[in-house]
Design a protein around this ligand. Structure first.
Ligand code: BGC
Length: 354
């Protein structure tokens, strides 16, 4: 059986109220999601002894998210990750978006991305799980993007400790779309993630230039700190003397997933916390995944329960199409055409190892 409850999460500056939805299953897993930014604020998963911990970073209060969050737990769009110079050409027209990262790049949808808007929400218990349906209509021209984009996201907590996320979108004009989820995980619940073992199912990644934009090349991970084909502690080589790690202060790279079939759900990553035994698997239909090792956390943010978030306090695994796709002719297109339906699915599955 599943349970869904709803609480007030506070008011936005314009007076609208945000809600906090709690989805619970019988296996001891629960997730709290607010319709502000579709943010996962808490995710409780059992360890090998059955003791649950909250394994995502975030804040206690809506005000803290409004004050500035590094996208903790949020839905990301219209285009996740970076667009070089915030500029792209589509059907012969040049579009200039906000350069909201160091005045050089467009990051995670701009000044007010999907992480900062209030989504319409409905809950439903089905035989598959406890579901939260979110809808947001992004106006034609919002953040500089063409076309009115209608986005539907379903979060579902299943009986077997899986948080499933499905994304659909339609548009009135051709527009780039690359939606993802920006949870920062720490399978121990607190402290550093450096001892947690990361496996990413990828033989290649997309190296970046000094402002974190892909160079356009695909590089082999073999023989480098980027080789996570076999599980490796996140901290083992995060500070290694590799130019790509120096640029980003750790891992902040898009991996080119090994996929049996394009567009099919497949295993992208598996993370194990040896201490607690918690295991997280990420499956996705997307061709890439951003592995970000929380390099820009620097102890200035205090999160839930007074936890100070130091460097590497959490990691993100963001399924996606490759960064800067609108400007990279050898990356798959992220242009959605009117009449077509954007579709993407990902799961975060929790289990334990002994
Ligand atoms: C990016 C990081 C960025 C972070 C925002 C990640 O998806 O790859 O470079 O700092 O989001 O906190």
């Amino acid at each position: 059986m599943f349970d869904i409850s709803v609480d007030d999460f506070g008011a936005l500056p314009d007076g609208r109220e945000a809600q906090l939805y709690t989805l619970t299953n019988e296996q001891g897993m629960s997730v709290k999601i607010t319709n502000y930014g579709g943010i996962i604020t808490e995710l409780w998963a059992p360890d090998k002894n059955g003791t649950s911990a909250d394994v995502v970073l975030g804040f206690d209060k809506l005000e803290d998210y409004l004050d500035g969050s590094p996208y903790f737990g949020a839905l990301i769009g219209r285009v996740g990750n970076r667009i070089d110079g915030g500029k792209f050409t589509l059907d012969g027209k040049i579009y200039q978006l906000a350069k909201n990262e160091n005045d050089t790049s467009h990051l995670h949808g701009g000044n007010v991305g999907f992480d900062k808007v209030l989504w319409d929400a409905e809950t439903e218990v089905t035989e598959d799980g406890a579901e939260l349906h979110l809808e947001y209509v992004s106006a034609d021209g919002e953040e500089g993007y063409p076309g009115e984009l209608t986005v539907n996201v379903t979060y579902r907590l299943t009986a077997d400790n899986e948080l499933y996320t499905d994304y659909k979108a339609t548009t009135t004009k051709a527009t780039p779309v690359n939606l993802t989820q920006h949870s920062y995980f720490n399978l121990a619940g607190k402290g550093s993630v450096e001892d947690q073992l990361m496996m990413i199912n990828a033989d290649k990644y997309t190296p970046i230039n000094d402002v974190l934009i892909p160079t356009g090349k695909l590089a082999d991970v073999a023989g480098t700190p980027f080789d996570l084909g076999e599980p490796k502690a996140i901290g083992a080589e995060v500070n290694a003397d590799h130019p790509q790690l120096k640029i980003a202060g750790g891992y902040d790279h898009n991996y080119v997933l090994n996929k049996p079939q394009e567009g099919e759900m497949s295993l992208a990553a598996e993370v194990v916390d040896p201490q607690s035994g918690r295991v997280l698997q990420v499956h996705t239909t997307e061709p890439g995944i951003q592995f970000y090792s929380g390099n820009f956390l620097d102890g200035t943010l205090t999160g839930k329960g007074g936890e100070v978030y130091e460097k590497h306090a959490g990691f993100c695994l963001e399924p996606q199409h490759f960064p800067d796709s609108p400007n990279q002719s050898n990356f798959k297109s992220i242009i959605l055409q009117p009449g077509d339906v954007y579709s993407s699915t990902m799961t975060f599955s929790f289990s334990v190892s002994k």
